[in-house]
Design a protein around this ligand. Structure first.
Ligand code: HEM
Length: 213
């Protein structure tokens, strides 16, 4: 944890008493539902992509793709889509309305990101206090939240491109909405790889996301 976290923060004492869980129950529940939905959508999306690749030289290995065939993959993709959407709305509304969103992810500055990244790369970043995210975590979580919103909107532009012409045109048309969707998936994939490595390095954080403490 960066040194800035060691300073007393009187404004937070009300919300973050020592006996309060590290992550409230609704954060844990929405996190795991989101993980299930996002991973299901990514793996079934690979199968859908393979049925009609954007780049003919690139295909996903069938053994990692979910659904077995195009029809099966579409069923998984559409089922997980509703979970991702409604669970994401619950997470965002509760987070913003409770003020947790701003307390948890801000303040955030490029200087703090560079400082915490340098500390992490030299093994000097402390993870003693799981209640506060370091600047690199804050940035990563904000990026993946925005990325999921881009994934949902570009997916909507592909699925209902006739019904949402403005959204389709904002994405640069149907074909480029597919490209946006494809590259936003890679951002999600990259986040997931780094996220899982970090969780493996600090297993206590997994217990806290499961049990709250
Ligand atoms: C199954 C794989 C996953 C595991 C084991 C996992 C584990 C965790 C853990 C342990 C934390 C807390 C980190 C800490 O306190 O230092 C966390 C937070 C978070 N994870 Fe995951 N995660 C997974 C999948 C995902 C996926 C797929 C996404 C998004 C697409 C995601 C997004 C987030 C976000 C945004 C937070 C911060 C939540 C908040 O405090 O509001 N995670 N995750």
């Amino acid at each position: 944890m960066s040194t800035s976290h060691a300073r007393a923060r009187p404004a937070e004492t009300l919300h973050q008493r020592r006996d309060a869980p590290v992550h409230p129950a609704w954060v844990r529940i929405t996190h795991w539902l989101n993980a299930l939905a996002a991973i299901t959508m990514m793996l079934s999306g690979w199968q859908i992509y393979d049925a009609s690749p954007i780049f003919s030289s690139f295909m996903f290995p069938p053994k990692f793709a979910l659904g077995g065939w195009l029809g099966g993959a579409l069923q998984w993709h559409f089922a997980a889509m509703w979970l991702l959407l409604f669970n994401g709305i619950v997470y965002l509304v509760l987070n913003v309305a409770s003020g947790r969103f701003f307390r948890t992810f801000f303040p955030l500055s490029p200087r703090a990101v560079i400082r915490d990244l340098a500390s992490a790369l030299t093994g000097k970043l402390s993870h003693a206090d799981l209640r506060h995210y370091n600047a690199v975590q804050k940035l990563a979580y904000l990026v993946v939240i925005i990325d999921l919103i881009v994934l949902v909107l570009s997916g909507l532009a592909i699925w209902k491109s006739v019904q949402f012409p403005l959204l389709r045109e904002l994405m640069g048309g149907y074909d480029s909405a597919r490209v946006v969707h494809f590259f936003a998936m890679w951002v999600l994939f990259a986040f997931l790889v780094v996220h899982l490595v970090m969780v493996a390095l600090v297993p206590r954080s997994l217990i806290a996301m499961l049990r709250g403490r």
